[in-house]
Design a protein around this ligand. Structure first.
Ligand code: NAD
Length: 312
């Protein structure tokens, strides 16, 4: 069994490390947030005073951080991973980050003598808890293969994507589709309500019909239908609006670089931006439904029913 260093014990890192421990590995972890550290310790993570202590003696180091800036700081910053990690340690970043940051981490790790893979995940907190995440893994063939041994207890699928940064490319495109699906599910759900359909009956139909999606089955944005959805819990976050806004903007940034028109993504990004401007960045991203059902109170006290279009 391996010794695993883990930086970032939040919504995803917490349950992911719990599954590594259940599989018999030792996990030494660090997070800036004391609450995250306390929950991880309850699951058996040996929490440490900092990054250096967490990665000392590790066979492999994982990071599960919010954004590219955090990942750059944790790998490249003062007291960061590359300052003290042994060169035979495999490095795995499972955060969802921009391709430029992922490229910078690949290059810095290689210059230090370490193998590095970008290995973002899909499946949400429920997939992290169940150990059924999909990992999309980019890097050299041997590093991707070796990473698979450690990913297995957390994964339903481990899919090699090709060379460095291709895991992030796959993740960015996947989440572009997810958040458009979430927005379309919000519109369908609210309209179905207003047409007098029973919420559960409509969900039963859509989930076995062409309106089906992961967002519909897992994050249904109106309460009383999918028990684990954040809509039943005042939109307490499973995936924050801030992270959703980050992800759709990663797609928009990649689209600009490739001259790809993403009309729907622009609209959905604007909807998340509206929630953020009104202080809702910490709510679950399925709160996007508030812009459709009229429960969103804007900063000017307005009660927007839609950010889309204009008239009609
Ligand atoms: P989170 O904010 O809950 O967890 C990130 C953790 O990183 C936080 O606890 C934070 O304190 C910690 N952190 C930040 N900077 C740090 C530093 N310098 N040192 C140590 N710890 C630091 O986020 P999350 O929901 O767990 O998501 C993590 C990543 O996974 C994101 O990139 C997200 O886009 C991606 N992701 C999330 C989900 C989901 O459903 N939540 C699903 C798939 C992918």
């Amino acid at each position: 069994m391996a010794t695993i260093g883990w930086i970032g014990l939040g919504h995803m890192g917490g349950p992911m490390t719990a599954n590594l421990i259940k599989a018999g590995h030792e996990v030494r972890g660090f997070d800036l947030d004391e609450g995250a550290m306390a929950s991880a310790a309850e699951n058996g993570v040996v929490t440490t005073a900092g990054i250096t202590e967490a990665i000392d003696g590790a066979d492999v180091v994982f990071t599960m951080l919010p954004k590219g800036d955090h990942a750059r700081a944790v790998y490249l910053g003062e007291g960061g991973i590359l300052e003290s990690v042994a060169t035979d340690v495999l490095l795995v970043d499972s955060s969802t980050i921009d391709i430029e940051s992922a490229q910078a981490l690949h290059e810095a790790a290689a210059a230090h003598g370490n193998r590095f893979v970008d290995a973002p995940v899909s499946g949400g907190i429920s997939g992290a808890e169940a150990g059924t995440l999909t990992f999309m893994v980019g890097g050299s063939n041997d590093a991707v293969q070796d990473a698979g041994i450690y990913l297995e207890p957390m994964a339903g699928n481990v899919i090699p994507t090709g060379g460095p940064t291709t895991g992030q490319a796959a993740k960015i495109c996947n989440n572009l589709m997810l958040f458009i699906n979430l927005a379309s599910t919000s519109e369908g759900a609210v309209l179905a309500d207003r047409l007098g359909l029973d919420r559960k009956v409509f969900w039963d139909i859509a989930s076995v019909s062409s309106g089906d999606s992961w967002a519909l089955r897992t994050w249904y944005p109106l309460p009383g239908v999918v028990p684990t959805a954040a809509s039943n819990n005042d939109f307490a976050p499973t995936f924050t609006t801030e992270l959703a806004h980050k992800d759709i903007n990663l797609a928009l940034s990649a689209a600009r670089q490739t001259n790809t028109p993403l009309v729907l993504a622009e609209q959905v990004s604007a909807m998340f931006a509206t929630l953020m401007q009104d202080g809702k960045q910490g709510l679950d991203c399925s709160a996007i439904v508030q812009l459709v059902d009229g429960t969103h109170q804007g900063s000017a006290g307005d009660n927007r029913t839609s950010t889309i279009g204009g008239a009609a």
